[in-house]
Write a protein that binds this ligand. Sequence first.
Ligand SMILES: *Cc1c(COP(=O)(O)O)cnc(C)c1O
Length: 405
Amino acid sequence: MFNNNTIQRFNDTETPFYYYDMGVLRQTLDACRDASSKYGFHVHYAMKANFNPKVVDMIQTFGFGADCVSGNEVKSALEHGFDKGKVVFAGVGKSDKEINLALDADIFCFNVESVQELEIINGLAADKGKVAGIAIRINPNVDAHTHHFITTGLDENKFGINTWQLNDVAETLRKCANLKFLGIHFHIGSQITDMEVYRNLCTRINEMQDWFEDHGFAIKVLNTGGGLGVDYYNPDTNGIADFESYFKVFSKFLKVKPGQEVHFELGRAMVAQSASLISRVLYVKNGQKKNFLILDAGMTELMRPMLYQAYHAIENLSRERGERSGEPDGEVAHDGAPNTPHPAPPIKYDVVGPICESTDCFRKDVDLPQSYRGDLIAIRTAGAYGEVMASHYNLRDQVQSVYSE
Ligand SMILES: *Cc1c(COP(=O)(O)O)cnc(C)c1O
């Protein structure tokens, strides 16, 4: 992914920073649009995955809608030029202020997560003399077979309305004159690569739409949520998410009636591979049991490994590709530069950040060539849930972004 010119540019740039490869982003969005438009599916970009302005701008130019989970995301989507008729607002705890903002903006749909929320939106819409489009987020109790920290569609999760509450929902909808029922919404988790999971989801959606129609509610929108995973292990050889298989499963197993629209809300799959976190080695600590590479980036720049034990590929750009930033004085290189017939075996390092927390570790026992202070380290597949979760803990600087174009 990184050619010599790019690495030279990194050498001349203050670290840490996110590097966005806009070409990778464009190719990914192209693939997503091609695969979804074949079936006439509607794709909304889940803003929370990455709200970097250049990234969002490019996504908007592809004509996707926006899936928002806060009032500020709704505002940002509209400022970036997303069509208000393609903006949806989900979230288990929408505040009155956020609901009012979305009502004023005349967004397409609220994805509603409780009976109480239906009543609140109805009341706030009535105050404004408006009718709010709503979809019911149903918790389908489908196991996403992903990490339990990022599973959202089981009975024990806080998200969505459980099926045993649907009679209440129907009764409430009949009473609420300022709500327009548009359809049903699901989102069962993230980083899902097993297509069988989506097949199971289709089965549940089919049952649920029968239930609503049996109770007199016509469904216009089937919103299947997001969650398509990416390959964190092979960002170079498998850099585009499997949009083809994903949309195909829905085209095959979802019962779509005439006049119905199928909506998707993808975040990670659209942006994850377009960015890497670029950092420098500050210190190398060789211990008796462990070797540590201490980077100038930590959980304040990329929190996924610390938050949910996420895996990211880690590369030493100064050693693996022969683009050296210069050996430290008096050091003998033991690394395998290109064309060296017998590269030195890799060394296991715990790659850690500078933050005063023991969990501030990107990964333990990472195989890397012998590494030195000043080496450039790339933490790959950091375009989703990376920059957006950056914090100022330890009074750290705002992480910077660098773009390929
Ligand atoms: C986070 C989220 C998404 C996007 O999830 P990805 O795993 O990034 O595709 C979609 N819909 C809702 C409601 C979400 O909260």
